[in-house]
Write a protein that binds this ligand. Structure first.
Ligand SMILES: Cc1cc2nc3c(=O)[nH]c(=O)nc-3n(C[C@H](O)[C@H](O)[C@H](O)COP(=O)(O)OP(=O)(O)OC[C@H]3O[C@@H](n4cnc5c(N)ncnc54)[C@H](O)[C@@H]3O)c2cc1C
Ligand SMILES: NC(=O)c1ccc[n+]([C@@H]2O[C@H](COP(=O)([O-])OP(=O)(O)OC[C@H]3O[C@@H](n4cnc5c(N)ncnc54)[C@H](O)[C@@H]3O)[C@@H](O)[C@H]2O)c1
Length: 490
């Protein structure tokens, strides 16, 4: 009889992306023995094929665009980017696709690492196929956290394998700029990658099946990004997608829906994400392989009884963002620890064991030209859910700090206000330099700060954050106000 390698831990985490690492960190810090299972690189998508390399490609592009609009700097910034230097910087930011540094971090935090592919094997059990083909059985006394993330969704086109299309992985790790790149999609990956590769010298064509870019955001965001992409030379086409695509002699031939053809060196499908749950043993615990794992606000999987199975990060579809997944990880870690030690859970809104921000205040920055920074409710969601909001708009080009940034500044700001509670519930900015403004909006929303108190949060002159004052003034003039700075109808 062969020996079965079985190890018991308090907590087993499947997937060592940013989210799995943070769950493991929190449970270990609480005194629970924790093992993390990873089939590729410790650090996950974000470190090697997503946030880090993409932002490394975008930073020079955005800085050059900003500099080009500053009087006196324009001519100096007008030259081409040094693509080789940008790509070398990108390689460094992706740690040359080597996870030694992250493995060291796990060790220092006291987290055990098991390399291999993890699959659930019944409640509280995980079977790991190790790189040498062996199997290790992990038993969890208290919890299994699935943090396996997501992967690129590809459309159902004939001959896709032979086409060898780019997904976000190739788009962020390509060794050199392609001559011609066709991007399918209009979301965050499509617009960021169009911005980066266009700036690096690639001829980019972007195919959007709808009528605008960034369709999930406020309409002004997509409009401003479309204008700048066009000015940079990107061929933007709306209401169109790919009917067929095939690679011949290294070139990609594309037929468009509704007719027309394109030829390119590469084609990138930036068409959304699917969960990495197809081969993780969900069937052994009564769940469907390939499904997103729905959780409650404590991050426990709702369809799995017994409060032992958690899904954290991209895989639960609550918000596909690194910072939001790490927020969930901190909460899941606290929930797992509380349950393990028999402590009561506090799951009220905004409590230590509830991921309330996932539904009330998810901040996101899109690193395009101009940058887009958005948190909380959008007008699209308000309409869809029938929620009553007051919408306040302000042209950022009229803010003194913005004009200092660029005399011909183009940007927009929008705040959504709950008319009954008189608190901000959504805030959306588009324009150069708005990214660092976002956290003020996130604090206003999560703190549920009344408008009357926000009047006392004085923005510095001349910064772009003076838009807060302008939004308050506009709101007062349109809707009235209360307190010391009351308006016409206040
Ligand atoms: C191009 C691009 C740019 C992005 N830019 C940003 C950004 O600027 N800011 C931001 O906040 N978000 C960004 N995102 C989103 C961000 O990358 C994800 O939200 C984040 O990586 C999710 O983290 P995660 O830990 O849930 O999953 P992942 O990072 O996908 O990690 C999951 C890990 O689990 C491992 N794994 C999967 N299955 C198994 C298994 N069966 N056994 C063992 N291990 C397994 C994987 O190998 C991986 O290491 C970007 C995404 C893309 C595609
Ligand atoms: N800066 C950031 O925070 C950042 C950057 C990149 C990615 N991300 C995250 O990664 C996730 C994935 O990004 P994404 O851009 O792939 O997804 P997305 O959901 O933002 O956009 C997908 C786009 O593809 C289009 N599409 C889907 N199927 C199509 C088809 N068959 N033909 C043509 N168009 C099609 C959709 O209409 C949509 O415009 C996002 O949810 C985002 O949160 C974040």
């Amino acid at each position: 009889m062969t020996n079965v390698d079985t190890r018991t831990y308090d907590v087993v985490v499947i997937g060592a992306g940013p989210v799995g690492e943070n769950v493991a960190d929190r449970t270990t810090a609480a005194g629970l023995s924790t093992v993390i299972v990873e089939s590729e690189l410790v650090g996950g998508e974000c470190s090697y094929w997503a946030c880090e390399p993409s932002k490394a490609l975008l930073r020079p592009a955005l800085l050059r665009a900003d500099a080009g609009r500053v009087p006196g700097l324009g001519p100096a910034a007008a030259g081409p980017l040094d693509a080789a230097a940008v790509l070398a910087h990108r390689d460094r930011m992706a740690a040359h696709w080597n996870d030694d540094g992250q493995v060291e971090w796990l060790k220092a935090a006291g987290i055990d690492l098991q390399r291999g592919h993890g699959r659930l094997d019944g409640p509280r059990r995980v079977a790991v196929t190790t790189p040498d083909g062996g199997t290790i059985h992990l038993l969890a006394r208290h919890a299994v956290a699935v943090c396996t993330g997501s992967t690129a969704a590809l459309p159902d086109l004939p001959g896709l394998a032979a086409l060898r299309p780019w997904t976000s992985r190739e788009a962020t790790s390509a060794p050199q700029p392609p001559g011609r790149l066709v991007i399918v999609g209009a979301g965050v990956v499509a617009t960021e990658m169009a911005t980066a590769w266009q700036a690096l010298g690639t001829e980019v064509t972007l195919l959007a099946r709808g009528a605008r870019l960034l369709p999930q955001m406020e309409p002004f965001a997509g409009e401003l990004v479309a204008d700048r992409l066009r000015e940079a030379g990107t061929d933007l086409r709306f209401g169109v997608t790919v009917a067929t695509a095939a690679r011949t002699d290294g070139q990609v031939g594309i037929t468009l829906s509704g007719g027309g053809r394109l030829t390119a060196d590469e084609i990138l499908f930036a068409t959304g994400r699917v969960p990495r749950t197809g081969d993780i043993g969900l069937e052994t615990v009564g769940l469907n392989p390939g499904d997103w794992l729905t959780t409650d606000d404590s991050l426990a999987v709702t369809a799995a009884p017994g409060d032992w199975l958690y899904a954290v990060g991209d895989v639960n579809r609550r918000a596909l963002l690194t910072h939001q997944g790490k927020y969930q990880a901190r909460i899941a870690g606290a929930v797992i620890a509380a349950r393990a030690f028999g402590a009561p859970l506090d799951t009220e809104r905004w409590s230590p064991h509830a991921g309330t921000a996932d539904t009330a205040a998810v901040p996101q920055v899109v690193f395009t030209d101009p940058e887009i920074a958005s948190v909380g409710l959008t007008t699209i969601e308000a309409r869809r859910t029938g929620r009553r909001v007051d919408v306040v708009d302000y042209n950022l080009a009229h803010v003194a700090g913005a004009i200092q940034h660029d005399p011909d500044y183009r940007g927009w700001a929008r705040a959504l206000i709950d008319p009954d509670r008189r608190t901000v519930v959504g805030c959306h900015f588009a324009g150069p330099g708005v990214t660092e403004l976002l956290h003020s909006a996130t604090v206003a929303i999560t703190g549920e700060i009344p408008i009357e108190r926000l009047w006392h949060a004085v923005p510095s002159f001349p910064t772009i954050s003076e838009v807060w004052l302008r939004l308050l003034e506009t709101y007062r003039d349109q809707h009235g106000g209360q307190g010391p700075m009351c308006g016409r109808r206040g």
